[in-house]
Write a protein that binds this ligand. Structure first.
Ligand code: TRP
Length: 466
């Protein structure tokens, strides 16, 4: 791991594209819209935006600077800054281990929808959730039959994991990277097109209002926690990934600018995804935002109905899900790659066996998420299905813990000056330094601890009151 000549990105544009490519994925297209719908629309959007430009900015600057300074990936980097904080690298590494399996489950859902549209059956999916519910709720009687039947999610999950594994083993990354460079802009254009179309559906304006205008009566601490977890997830923060990316960044590249650009990219994608889905779902539900039947299935329920009402909807739907699949694959590949690189570093295994071991772990941890809405629906962990539970543990518990400890490490142990100096390398200036300092030392840790404690207490009370 201690490297002699660490490879680096060709330049600042290369760095921004790579980091943004890792950031834009299912988090923006699938997770953001359903959370926004669930947590009150405009108020969620507002809280999210505020968090992105303050805390998200500060944390991303910190992680990239730590990486560029130490030239190590996260396990080594935290240890190099302070021995006592070495464990933080391990917690951060655990996050992708929890996220990747259920990320692949959702990737499998996307594959199923792509298949459905390509085979000309897209319109059967436009039935306000019936298709989706019977898909994820699929139960063929015996477990083996359920695992193998393409009417349910499991074989699609297996396919998605397989596709990811193949790329990680054979490293056709170059091709994937090149493809995603032209697929991502097409995805952006198509998403904008669909969003504009969604807004023309009769009744969509009520949804647009719900999405854009904050209703402060809907505000609560859990809105903030939801937005916070989403921010970590979407910007790939608090899991050591940006530290690794930072370690590949050249000293003369402008760090602060790059962070701003990645943020703008990532947030625009999420915003447009919300525009595409939320006004449409409100329109299809008779114009009443309170009737939104939100949850992880939102995208899969709403978009088919949008496509059905379009000319050439079947084709547009097929292209759309293909592009989403691509965005999902590029993200799952880099998620798996992080786990594989840790396994290779720590066990000195070769790439192939290490990848296979990681694949088995992903399969084992992912299967419960796959079956959790179907045959295993009766099993709940602290009131949640498996997928929701894994999502909760990583985004609402582990990532805030990593974030808060990083703030304490930087703000009160090594000092924010170390990071600020690193940011100034090559740039000379750090425009938002004052804000950065106050954010990392005081605002972020206090906010994070408050939210984390309150949310955990709520869950515990919930648990014991049942
Ligand atoms: N940010 C990605 C998304 O929005 C998901 C993600 C989280 C990710 N951590 C990652 C992607 C690490 C690549 C690498 O979908």
């Amino acid at each position: 791991m201690e490297q002699k000549s660490r490879s680096s990105f060709s330049g600042r544009v290369g760095f921004v594209l790579a980091a943004a490519g890792s950031a834009v994925g299912l988090g923006n297209l699938w997770r953001f819209p359903y959370l926004a719908a669930q947590y009150g629309g405009g108020i969620f959007l507002l809280v999210y935006l505020i968090l992105v430009v303050t805390f998200g900015f500060a944390l991303m600057v910190t992680e990239i600077a730590i990486g560029r300074k130490t030239r190590l990936s996260c396990i080594g980097a935290y240890k190099a800054l302070d021995k006592r904080f070495g464990f933080l690298g391990w917690i951060a590494t655990l996050v992708p281990v929890i996220i990747t399996p259920y990320y692949c489950v959702i990737g499998g859902w996307v594959m199923k929808y792509l298949f459905t549209f390509v085979t000309g059956q897209g319109m059967t999916a436009a039935d306000n959730g019936g298709f989706f519910d019977s898909f994820i709720g699929f139960d063929a009687g015996s477990l083996t039959a359920t695992m193998l039947d393409f009417s349910g999610p499991t074989p699609w999950f297996l396919l998605f994991v397989l596709a990811t594994t193949v790329v990680v083993i054979f490293g056709v990354e170059k091709g994937i990277e090149r493809a995603s460079r032209f697929m991502m802009p097409i995805l952006a254009v198509l998403a904008i097109f669909v969003a504009i179309y969604s807004l023309t559906i009769p009744g969509a304006m009520a949804g647009l209002k719900y999405y854009l205008l904050p209703d402060f009566s809907q505000f609560s601490l859990s809105t903030v926690l939801g937005a916070l977890g989403q921010m970590f997830y979407s910007m790939s923060l608090a899991m050591g990934i940006m530290i690794t990316y930072g370690s590949y960044m050249k000293k003369e590249n402008l760090l602060e600018h790059s962070v701003t650009q990645i943020e703008v990219f990532d947030t625009l994608f999420a915003f447009v995804a919300g525009l595409m889905i939320i006004p449409a779902v409100v329109a299809f539900n008779g114009g009443d935002p309170s009737q939104i039947n939100s949850g992880p299935g939102l995208m899969f329920v709403t978009l088919p109905m949008v496509f059905e009402s379009m000319h050439f909807g079947e084709i547009i739907g097929a292209v759309f899900f293909l592009l989403v699949l691509f965005a999902a694959l590029t993200s799952s590949i880099s998620l798996m790659e992080t786990i594989v690189s840790v396994v290779m570093d720590k066990t000195h295994m070769k790439r192939k066996p290490a990848t296979l071991v990681v694949m088995v772990i992903i399969l084992l941890v992912g299967i419960p998420s796959c079956l959790g809405y179907g045959p295993w629906a009766a099993i709940e962990i602290i009131g949640m299905q498996f997928l929701d539970f894994f999502d909760f543990i990583s985004n609402s518990v582990l990532m805030p813990i990593v974030a808060v400890l990083t703030c304490i490490l930087v703000g009160h142990v090594i000092g924010t000056k170390v990071i600020a100096d690193e940011v100034k390398e090559g740039a000379g200036a750090f425009h938002r330094e004052k804000m950065y300092h106050v954010m990392i030392r005081w605002i972020a840790p206090v906010l994070l601890v408050t939210i984390l404690v309150s949310e955990l207490l709520t869950k515990v009370f919930h648990l014991f009151s049942i």
